[in-house]
Design a protein around this ligand. Structure first.
Ligand SMILES: Cc1ncc(COP(=O)(O)O)c(C=O)c1O
Length: 385
């Protein structure tokens, strides 16, 4: 263990916890200093909202056991039904986190002998779910529909197939080509699962996600998402047809063998979900700020990959450079994290900026100015590279 950690330190890839407190959505107290906070997934600025949750007094703080064991709280059941109709799907089922949902869904729906087709940049929880299922995992290049079609075409026609994709890729801010994925899944008789973790609350008429944004709700079999990002709480859902919900309820070990979310937390989720729908300005603002920031970076000749949403990477390549830039930005009052392999492919280390509705236009200018100042320092050789 020691040797491995020393090796990680030598390649600038050692992870460690740092003390941080979110003050308000746009500021964090980070290792004792107040910084502009560009490192959270609280995209709508709702994580610090509503310390008092209306109507939650009569709800328990602990679920007591799994919903199959201790009984199904009517409040939770009613929320699932309301959320399913919001998603324009027949049914919904809550999971304890996005990570648990992905491992629970994939390991229940797929088994040895099945085929899972997965975008190379899909989230780690999707990979872990696929591995747990023991199905064969076939990974295609990021958003490469030709490669996906080739894999589908050359696979055994009698095998069960599932295509899985993030809707928004968390380290790149790119959008999945959902219309093409739906065409391919229909052409080759596969199921399609879309992870709306970073798109829920932001895209779609009322924040339903990217699937609904593209008018594809009826053609995507399984939509999952979390309440931990734009909705500023915790927990996750799957929205699907009633048959799939029943199946998951019976087969998903990550649903069956764990204590359910506390009903009081479900009330807090519900409150932010309603708030996100009512306060449309939140999603409009965050997307506009990110777009202004992207334009500023492009003017300066920086590589932001194919970002089209609130997540904007500044790709620098080398691990050490990314780490140094993150440190320089912190010295200049901006908290944004360096993301390194294995979270992103080798040679594509980056700073990930995530914008939220708690930010304002002046914050965009402040971050761009901090980046300019770091670039000036490095040109003068202040960088210790
Ligand atoms: C695409 C994606 N899916 C799932 C998850 C897991 O969600 P949660 O944080 O609710 O466990 C994340 C992020 O953590 C994610 O980026």
């Amino acid at each position: 263990m020691r040797t491995e950690l020393e090796e990680a330190a030598a390649t600038d890839s050692l992870r460690r916890l740092r003390q941080a407190t979110t003050l308000a959505g746009d500021r964090a107290l980070f290792e004792g200093r107040e910084l502009l906070h560009l490192a959270s997934n609280d995209y709508l600025g709702l994580a610090t909202a509503g310390q008092e949750v209306a109507g939650s007094d009569s709800l328990p703080w602990g679920a007591g056991a799994s919903r199959l064991v201790s009984g199904n709280h009517p409040f939770v059941e009613a929320f699932e039904q309301a959320f399913a109709s919001f998603k324009q799907m027949e049914a919904a089922l809550l999971f304890n986190s996005g990570y648990t949902a992905n491992i629970g869904i994939l390991s229940a729906l797929c088994r040895r002998g099945d085929l899972i087709f997965s975008d190379r940049l899909n989230h780690a929880s999707i990979i872990d779910g696929a591995l747990l299922s023991r199905a064969e995992l076939l990974r295609y290049r990021h958003r490469d529909m030709n490669e996906l079609e080739h894999l589908l075409k050359t696979s055994a026609p009698n095998k069960r197939k599932l295509i899985v994709t993030d809707a928004i890729f968390s380290m790149d801010g790119t959008l999945a080509p959902l219309a093409d994925l739906v065409t391919l899944k229909e052409r080759y008789g596969a199921l399609l699962m879309v992870d709306e973790a970073h798109s829920g609350g932001l895209f779609g008429d009322d924040g339903q996600g990217l699937t609904q944004h593209f008018g594809l709700s009826a053609r995507v079999d399984i939509q999952m998402g979390t309440f931990s990002k734009a909705y500023g709480r915790f927990g996750a859902y799957v929205a699907c047809e009633a048959l799939i919900r029943d199946y998951l309820l019976n087969k998903s070990r990550a649903f069956i063998y764990t204590t359910a979310l506390p009903p009081v937390l479900v009330a807090a989720i519900r409150e932010n979900w309603l708030r996100a729908r009512a306060e449309r300005w939140r999603r409009e603002r965050v997307l506009a700020l990110a777009s202004a920031f992207r334009a500023g970076l492009a003017e300066r000749g920086f590589d932001t990959g194919g970002s089209e949403c609130q997540i904007v990477p500044l790709i620098v390549g080398d691990n050490g450079r990314a780490q140094r830039l993150a440190k320089q930005l912190q010295e200049r009052g901006v908290l944004a994290v360096a993301i390194r392999p294995p979270t992103v492919p080798q040679g594509s280390a980056r700073i990930r900026f995530s914008w939220t509705a708690a930010h304002c236009e002046a914050d965009v200018q402040a971050v761009l100015a901090a980046i300019d100042a770091c670039a000036d320092d490095n040109e003068r050789g202040d960088d210790d590279e």
